[in-house]
Design a protein around this ligand. Structure first.
Ligand code: SF4
Length: 330
């Protein structure tokens, strides 16, 4: 298919029709990726404006509440105990310390506080501590989010009762590429946790990482997987791989920045009602590239100076960028 015919044939229905829309196919998603860049970004921006305030970006702060020593083998992750990444392990933080960090984040303009723990899944005693964190952060008037790995039994329900607003659990990559990245737990395990979160009435935050060698069709397939969920995730983090020395993906070839912008734009078109979050890899992006991502439909960022274990732009740099672009926090 030529660029021009792809341009004519691609169906990008707005959100009003989205729920009635038939499921996306990978071929359709690939056709979006193949649009001329300006056409793709323009379509994404049109849909963005139909569904959101195009000059407002939601800001979340992410805190690692338990760092490193994870039993799993996710090939991109500095926190896996299997790779020598030089990361300092930290036990689960105390509740008071976490609440203090949340207070600071709120004072700097974050509306949501995300707490991440490097676990395959939380044990009962750890859950008690996390539930207390959720209750107390919620009491500050912030939205709460946690990422704790796989949930069992009634853990999702317990989190809901504690006041949890969002649970992050990424599908990570295309289904057909999944076992090249992770072997210690399956995609089905992940989807099961996402189902439990959904059934407990908690908003789903789920996205993936690009630049892991998945290719364009892999990126298309990742987005199809997310968009075709019974209800697409409310929040879709798109991470650009930060290649960490010591991990199996340390030497992964860098993704063309325009391909990253295309991924954001296709995510916006396929999930017009979801917040699309510019996540890991933002530190390495120029202000101009970030602006292009906002133009393509990204409307959420992590804010603050650490994104779990990788650097994230300092809040001051974000403030300056927001001012230069006339963006407002949500
Ligand atoms: S991504 Fe999560 S589950 Fe995978 S190794 Fe890192 S901390 Fe563990």
């Amino acid at each position: 298919m030529t660029m021009t015919s792809a341009c004519r044939n691609v169906d990008t229905q707005p959100a009003a029709n989205a729920s009635a829309r038939r499921k996306w196919s990978v071929v359709e998603a690939e056709a979006l990726f193949e649009l001329p860049f300006m056409d793709l970004v323009f379509r994404a921006q049109q849909l963005h404006r139909e569904n959101f305030d195009a000059n407002a970006v939601q800001r979340s702060t992410l805190l690692s509440i338990k760092t490193g020593g994870c039993s799993e083998d996710c090939s991109y992750c500095s926190q896996s105990a299997r790779y020598k990444t030089g990361l300092d392990r930290q036990q689960l933080m105390a509740v008071a310390e976490v609440v203090e960090k949340a207070r600071e984040a709120k004072a700097k303009g974050s509306s949501r506080f995300c707490m991440g723990a490097a676990w395959k899944g939380p044990k009962e005693r750890e859950m008690e501590t996390v539930l207390a964190m959720v209750r107390e952060v919620k009491a500050l008037g912030m939205e709460t989010c946690v990422t704790l790995g796989m949930l069992k039994g009634d853990q999702a329900q317990q989190l809901k009762e504690a006041g949890l607003d969002y649970y992050n659990h990424n599908v990570d990559t295309a289904p057909e590429y999944y076992d090249k990245v992770i072997t210690t737990h399956s995609l089905a395990d992940r989807l099961d946790t996402i189902d439990q979160v959904r059934n407990a009435g908690i908003n789903v935050c789920s996205g993936g990482i690009v630049g892991m060698g998945e290719g364009r069709s892999g990126r298309a397939s990742l987005l199809v997987q997310l968009a075709n969920m019974d209800r697409p995730p409310e929040s879709v983090p798109i991470n650009n791989l930060v290649a960490i020395p010591g991990t199996p993906l340390a030497d992964a070839e860098k993704l063309d920045p325009f391909e990253f912008v295309r991924t954001i734009a296709v995510a916006r078109i396929m999930m017009p009602g979801s917040f699309v979050r510019l996540s890991a890899g933002r530190e390495q992006m120029s202000d101009e590239l970030q602006a292009l991502c906002f133009m393509a439909g990204a409307n959420s960022i992590f804010y603050g100076n650490r994104l779990l274990t990788t650097d994230n732009p300092e809040a001051d740099r974000d403030e300056t960028l927001f001012a230069r672009l006339g963006l407002r926090p949500i």
